[in-house]
Design a protein around this ligand. Sequence first.
Ligand code: NIG
Ligand code: FE
Length: 433
Amino acid sequence: MTATKRQPSPLNSLLLVNIGQLLTVSSVAGNHGPRRGSDLTQIGIIEDGAILCLGGKIVSVGRTKNALRDPWLKKNRKKITEIDCAGEVVLPGFVDSHTHPVFVSPRLVDFEKRIEGASYEEIATAGGGIRSSLEGVRKARKGSLAGKVMAVLLEMAAHGTTTAEAKSGYGLTTESELKSLEAIREAASRWPGTVVATLLGAHVVPKEFQGCSQKYVEIVCKEMIPEAAKRKLAQFADVFCDKGAFTPEETEQIFAAAEEHGLRVRAHMGQLSETHLSPFLRFNPASFDHMDHVSDDDIAQLAKRDTVATLVPGANYFLGLKEYPNARKLIDAGVPVALATDYNPGTSPTMSMPMAMSLACTHMKMSPAEAVAAATINGAWALRVADRKGSIEPGKDADLAVFAVKDYREIPYWFGANHCSMTILNGVVASRD
Ligand code: NIG
Ligand code: FE
């Protein structure tokens, strides 16, 4: 792939030509919500494609030969930065809708204990797990946390991600949660991609509140949520609703506080055990994430709604679990499904969306086309940014991933290797060479 740079481009414009397979993932007629059922396989492939972007937006999408015949383009071609994709694959930049990037150290002791046979819950009860990441974040300076987040965002972009959700959740005091959100904001302001911030003050009950979780829930509801909302540090509030974390009643309480302060809600749901979902539906959650355990009745409810089931198979892989979420059952029932990395130090230390897609194909029996749609347009739906992100269509943000492969199915096929050769984030080119 070669980029003919005539910098600075006076029109702030980019033309990608000779795209072997251009996966537009563009709208399916008659579908206005997240993709579900067989619509998930409609990824809109154009052979020998071209894309014109101006001012950070996509303005036209089609065949290379038609693009080059366009009178406006003929007249302005010299002023445009042209990228010859030489037959490579281009798809919408991935939307990684579930990540926990604000932590200080990897949890290597937990990793070894699990190899020796301890479970995630046993390690947490013995003082490892989420609680063992708190001290590092509480002590860290905001600037050093921002540096950590920035390093992850750059790695994500190198793997084709152009939009990422970023949660707090490893401080669990008002001060350290707000500091984590400020670190996310600081890193986001330096990254050309797009970040959607989520307050996860309700990650676990920190040990100083053990036995009096209600007092901690009040801090989440009366301090963290109002302050994060007032300072516009987060768009979403998340809760880890499961055994060992927060109860369904506490989750409802936290959702109600979020709603009152104008934050939208999402939740870690069904990771370790099943929780009945209907009490939460009145809050119109943007997503329920993990969903390893979910009842048939709840699946039928979700099939009628736009709440996205975000599956994070990296966590199952890294915890060495035999079971994965039942993606086939969810998709075939009509539940909108997204894929995300769940990047975090305990259960899923990967920022690679292609890896998440590979696991989705091999362990959850999703087709490569379903994995593409789940990692792009449905991720955008999970973050409620699908009006701007997740597909290659005129008017949307110029967020593109280029892969040095001939066929899009190679993206999940070559697991553990990174074939992303270029990422374009809001019109800004980040090349790997
Ligand atoms: O999504 N389940 C809760 N949160 C993370 C794990 C966090 C951790 O272990 O540090 C998850 O798997
Ligand atoms: Fe998570």
